[in-house]
Design a protein around this ligand. Structure first.
Ligand code: DGJ
Length: 756
């Protein structure tokens, strides 16, 4: 078992695959201190980690009158008793006092992993996958029990954490902050990596040198948001994609979050992550327990690449519940960018019919099918079909789509209400608002108060009715605005700070019900693109629409950024029309396919208006997807040409688990002059040194000439079908010779198969 308790030494040692994490409990005072996190150490008695006393426990130093709490590496630091660094727990009593001091009381070690009430979390798939340590601590004055949960995944470099706070006193207390985890380091030689962006520009990695002070990533929007992702890593300053140490945190939560890396005044570093304390307060009645969501901690001794592959393995194996576990998910076509609100029954069928001829398997009807929803100003909340637009309703439409041999999917945005809707006219108080204050509109809509059971049940019942009356096999769950003036008509004054968290719990409850009631339904989440791209959502939806920016070249950056912690199989991506609707860029159809195949793969364009040559390319793409998607879905991702660092190319590859096959994608994002300008050797990764691989170019972009998106031939005509036989060691060390392609945005896909 990967968890060891040495009672005499007062030490807990948690061993994951090649990671150790050590906690110390000292003598009568029983402070819970952090002693080590990093590459596995095999000693079972690690008392030597104690070091000078004041560095691991708040001892009274000779000649000092008090303790130095501010220097101690606490496992779960609290506010109010002398630790002034970023803390995890702050509690207010009914008398208005703010102080908390936790000491070890008891512990339990057991196989498996407990679920967290009302919250998504990673799970044990097979007996023996993981073991759990529960450290029970107590503040004696408050009579507050705090259980620190640690789960060690034996076959991965993963330790997860969560926290339970229980009020065992006879008065209520108010939790002002309850973060999920903290890690201490004894130096500051780190860079900090976070993921930032904006709407249509999500998940851009930002690397900042750490020094004394704080680097913060957070959301106060009510969702995890497009500007910051709930991910934070500290990495050795010389760490690269393939070398150096990385310590990463990712919060399994979809609401307001906070991640902080603090270089503090004793030259150490503290990182914390959890629910954002801004506008948060939780009244804990006697006997009640508050559960802080899970934070996943990943350690890598080989750079960011290994960190990402560890996250991917964890999420694919222990978080995502795929409804197509053994096959590729269906290739879909979504009508949004093809028609926006301007569709008719016949136009939809026309698109679906052409799509089905190209082998596309799932037709998704996006926004605009319900209530009075003919543009974005109306109808949200009225989840009954607009029969004027769709005579015979969703039942007839889905039947017609099924007749074409395709599955049918539908868009919903259940958390929202339009002021111009039947629902809002009947229940104006159901929208989140502060009485007497202007209620902000975004995209002409308000947010429903999903902390209220009657509100979410009412919405769910309407949606349930639509889904039960037709053959709907996929749902796109959208959320197009953030929370403002956050207050609930159903909560008393001293519980208003609970709204944002209760809202998230309400969302999880309904996503959970949807999955239970319709177990074979494929759920894709979306929040104006990737504004709720987090592990909490992944527990319910195996895929998330990554961005409203469908431009292939931009999208590569978003995908590579998201791949820092999320597997490619979770990243929603579609081939869209050119000129691209967000950027105006014209890219070859094949290249758009390459970018989309680094995600879930689908289309979002009017296929009925495409030329026969373009439809032939689509048929080829669908074939490639079916032939090779298993590698993308299960394989190990290696980022090669970093689209953030390079001006001129992006390259990534996915290698099957047995290393016998791989798929390499290369895109020349900016052509450079002269043969030697754009030609380069690509050093591949993750292959077997000794194996000989057959490397075949399976697709190459056609040139774009005079704005025509697809012209066959050109400089790349001979490139397709090129086959080489070469060793893994040569491909990884000498490199694959990537010749200059014929212009901006040209690309290719290469399939490698071990033949010896
Ligand atoms: C925002 C989504 O990201 C789009 O894909 C589309 O579904 C629109 N909402 C529809 O309103």
């Amino acid at each position: 078992m990967g968890i060891l308790y040495n009672e005499q030494a007062g030490i807990f040692k948690l061993d994951a695959l090649d990671t150790s994490y050590v906690i110390g409990i000292f003598d009568d005072e029983r402070f819970v201190s952090h002693l080590y996190y990093g590459k596995k150490i095999i000693d079972s008695d690690v008392r030597y980690l104690y070091g000078p006393l004041y560095q691991v426990r708040p001892s009274v130093l000779p000649g000092q009158a008090g303790r130095i709490m501010d220097a101690v590496p606490f496992e779960y630091p609290t506010f109010g008793c002398g630790d002034y660094r970023e803390h995890c727990l702050e509690v207010e009593t009914v008398d208005g006092y703010h102080a908390c001091d936790l000491r070890y009381e008891a512990h339990k070690i057991y196989p498996g992993k407990p679920a967290l009430e009302g919250l998504p979390s990673t799970f044990e798939r097979e007996a023996g996958d993981c073991n759990t340590l529960e450290l029970v601590c107590r503040d004696k004055v408050l009579n507050l029990g705090v259980t620190l949960l640690y789960t060690v995944f034996e076959q991965l470099n993963v330790i997860t954490r969560a926290v339970l706070v229980t009020n065992e006193e006879s008065n209520a207390v108010y939790i002002k902050r309850a973060l999920s985890g903290c890690v201490e380091f004894d130096h500051q030689n780190f860079d900090v990596l976070t993921l930032h962006g904006s709407w249509e520009r999500e998940c851009g990695p930002v690397r900042t040198p750490l020094r004394q002070g704080k680097i913060v990533t957070e959301s106060t929007r009510g969702e995890s948001g497009p500007t910051d992702n709930p991910f934070l890593a500290v990495l050795s300053c010389d760490a690269t994609e393939d070398t150096g140490e990385v310590f990463a945190m990712n919060l399994v939560y979809s609401g307001n979050f906070l991640g902080v890396a603090q270089g503090h005044h004793f030259r150490g570093t503290r990182i914390v992550m959890g629910i954002n304390p801004v506008n948060f307060s939780w009244k804990l009645e006697p006997g009640d327990t508050f559960t802080a969501p899970e934070v996943v901690m990943v350690y890598s001794d080989r750079g960011l690449g290994k960190m990402s592959r560890t996250f991917h393995d964890l999420y694919r194996g222990h978080l995502i519940r795929d409804v197509y576990p053994d096959t590729s998910r269906p290739v879909l076509i979504n009508n949004w960018e093809a028609t926006y609100f301007g569709f008719t029954f016949d136009r939809l069928i026309e698109i679906a019919a052409e799509a089905s001829k190209c082998g596309i398997e799932l037709f998704v009807l996006d926004d605009g099918w319900f209530g009075d929803r003919n543009d974005e100003t109306k109808g949200l909340g009225d989840w009954f079909v607009n029969e004027e637009k769709l005579p015979g309703g969703i039942a007839r439409l889905s039947k017609e789509i099924n007749k074409l041999g395709m599955k049918f999917g539908l868009w919903i945005e259940p958390e929202m209400v339009s002021p111009d809707s039947k629902l809002f006219r009947e229940h104006p108080d159901w929208a989140i608002q502060i009485p007497g204050r202007h209620r902000s509109l975004f995209r002409h809509q308000y947010v429903l108060d999903w902390s209220r059971r009657e509100v979410r049940s009412h919405i769910y019942d309407m949606i349930h009715q639509v889904l039960s009356g037709a053959n709907v096999e996929y749902i796109k769950w959208d959320m197009n605005r953030t929370l403002t003036e956050a207050a609930s008509a159903a909560l008393p004054a001293d519980r208003q700070g609970e709204l944002c968290h209760r809202y998230v719990l309400g969302v999880y409850e309904i996503m959970g019900r949807l999955r239970e009631d319709f177990p074979s339904l494929l759920l894709e989440n979306c929040s104006a693109g990737g504004s709720r791209f987090d592990p909490g959502v992944l527990y319910y939806s195996p895929q998330i629409w990554a961005s409203d920016d469908s431009d292939a070249i931009e999208r590569i950056q978003i995908e590579m950024g998201a791949s820092m912690c999320y597997p490619l199989s979770a990243i929603g991506a579609h081939v869209s029309a050119v000129p691209n609707h967000q950027t105006g860029r014209i890219t070859p159809l094949e290249t758009r396919g390459y970018a989309a195949m680094a995600g879930t793969f689908g289309y979002e364009l009017n296929i009925a208006q495409m030329s026969e040559a373009e439809k032939a390319v689509i048929r080829e793409q669908v074939d490639i997807y079916h032939k090779y998607n298993w590698i993308v879905k299960e394989g190990d991702l290696y980022r090669i040409g970093d689209p953030f660092a390079n001006r001129d190319h992006a390259c990534w590859m996915v290698v099957s688990r047995d290393k016998k096959e791989a798929l390499v994608t290369y895109i020349q994002t900016h052509a450079l002059p002269g043969y030697f300008g754009s030609a380069r050797k690509l050093r591949l990764k993750g292959l077997m040194d000794e194996a000989v691989y057959r490397a075949e170019v399976i697709s190459v972009s056609s040139e774009v000439v005079n704005g025509d998106a697809h012209l066959e031939g050109g400089q790349n005509a001979g490139k397709g079908r090129e086959v080489l036989e070469v060793s893994g060691s040569a491909l990884m060390n000498a490199g694959y010779w990537m010749e200059r392609l014929g212009g901006d945005y040209m690309g290719m896909m290469i399939h490698l198969k071990a033949i010896v």
